[in-house]
Design a protein around this ligand. Structure first.
Ligand code: CUA
Length: 160
C-alpha cells in the first residue's frame, strides 16, 4: 500500500517539523545556556509552621527607598493576607506567596499577575503595574465552600 500525501500537506508537514524543532531547540538552548528554571515551586516551606516561625508569620508589604515593593503574602481559606496591597505604579513589585492549607490562586484581575499558591512552596514573581487603579485580587483555584468569597484588592498609586 502506497501513501499518497498531497504536496501542500507534505510542505506543511515539513514546515511544522522545522518549527517544532526550532521551538524545542530554543527551550533547550535557553535551559542550557541561561539556566532557565520554572518561576516558582523551587523554594519549599513547611506549611504547618508558616504562621509561627517563618517570614510569613507577619504578612506585609515592604516598600524600598527606590519605590519597589516586596509583598510577603499568605493565601488561606478564605482570605488573602494582606488583603489590601498598596504599591507604586511603574515600580517592580515582587510577590512572595505561600499557603498554610490548600492550593489557591492569586490573580490580580486585569494584569498579568496570576499564579498558583501551593502549600509547601513559595511562589515568587515580580511584576510592574503600568497603570494606577484599584484592582480586584481573586482566588481562581477552587479551594472550598467559600472560594468565591476569597478576594482582596491591589491599589496601584502614584508616587507622592
Ligand atoms: Cu482560595 Cu479559591
Amino acid at each position: 500500500m502506497s501513501m499518497k500525501v498531497d504536496s501542500y500537506e507534505r510542505a506543511w508537514l515539513i514546515i511544522a517539523s522545522f518549527m517544532i524543532s526550532g521551538f524545542v531547540g530554543a527551550i533547550l538552548y535557553t535551559a542550557g545556556k541561561h539556566a532557565v528554571v520554572p518561576p516558582s515551586g523551587i523554594e519549599t516551606i513547611d506549611p504547618t509552621t508558616v504562621r509561627i516561625n517563618s517570614d510569613f508569620a507577619r504578612p506585609r508589604v515592604v516598600r524600598a527607598a527606590d519605590g519597589s515593593s516586596q509583598v510577603i503574602g499568605i493565601s488561606e481559606m478564605f482570605r488573602f493576607e494582606p488583603s489590601t496591597i498598596r504599591v507604586l505604579v511603574g515600580k517592580p513589585v515582587t510577590f512572595r506567596l505561600t499557603s498554610p492549607d490548600v492550593v489557591h490562586g492569586f490573580q490580580v484581575v486585569g494584569t498579568n499577575a496570576n499564579v498558583m499558591v501551593i502549600p509547601g512552596y513559595v511562589s515568587t514573581f515580580t511584576v510592574t503595574f503600568p497603570r494606577t487603579g484599584e484592582y480586584l485580587l481573586v482566588c481562581n483555584e477552587y479551594c472550598g465552600l467559600s472560594h468565591h468569597l476569597m478576594a482582596g484588592k491591589v491599589i496601584v498609586e502614584e508616587a507622592s
